[in-house]
Design a protein. Structure first.
Length: 154
């Protein structure tokens, strides 16, 4: 999802050991794309680093993440809130000291009761019928992100 957004804004990522970042100018401000390369549960390290470096308040941060509490393919924009047990979000909240960042939640569903571990489920490959829907879902996800960016600059 982040790669698609970066492409849309004509930027490429540069790599460090712990994150990949790209920067673009968007309307009247700088736009920074970040892909933490640490384990997902440590996502807050890179987010905090860039928030501190560029003095970005949490309200101007958008996090894209998978969401097991939404059916596969459901895409929702949430302006702030709790973590719903998502360890990556929990680390970001801990490191920023705030829950007031926006999120684009990408529904991946969850395994049927008694049919596997949630962690194994989210790390598994998509089912073939889901895989076919990915391009359209990426397009819709990018649209949600663009909506947030447009509202941010109003």
């Amino acid at each position: 999802m982040v790669d698609q957004l970066a492409t849309l804004h004509s930027v490429n990522f540069s790599l460090t050991k712990k994150e990949a970042s790209a920067q673009a100018t968007h309307l009247n401000g700088k736009l920074i794309f970040l892909k933490p390369l640490e384990f997902m549960n440590l996502s807050g390290i890179a987010v905090q680093k860039y928030a501190n470096l560029y003095k970005i308040p949490p309200e101007r941060i958008l996090v894209l993440h998978d969401e097991v509490d939404l059916p596969f393919g459901t895409i929702r924009l949430k302006l702030s809130g709790g973590t719903a047990g998502h360890n990556g979000l929990g680390d970001i909240v801990e490191k920023l000291g705030s829950q007031s960042f926006a999120r684009v939640r990408f529904g991946v569903g969850k395994p049927e009761k008694g049919k596997g571990d949630v962690a194994d489920f989210v790390l598994a490959k998509f089912f073939p019928e889901e895989e076919q829907k990915i391009p359209e879902l990426l397009r819709k996800t990018v649209e949600r992100c663009q909506e947030w960016l447009t509202n941010l600059t109003k």
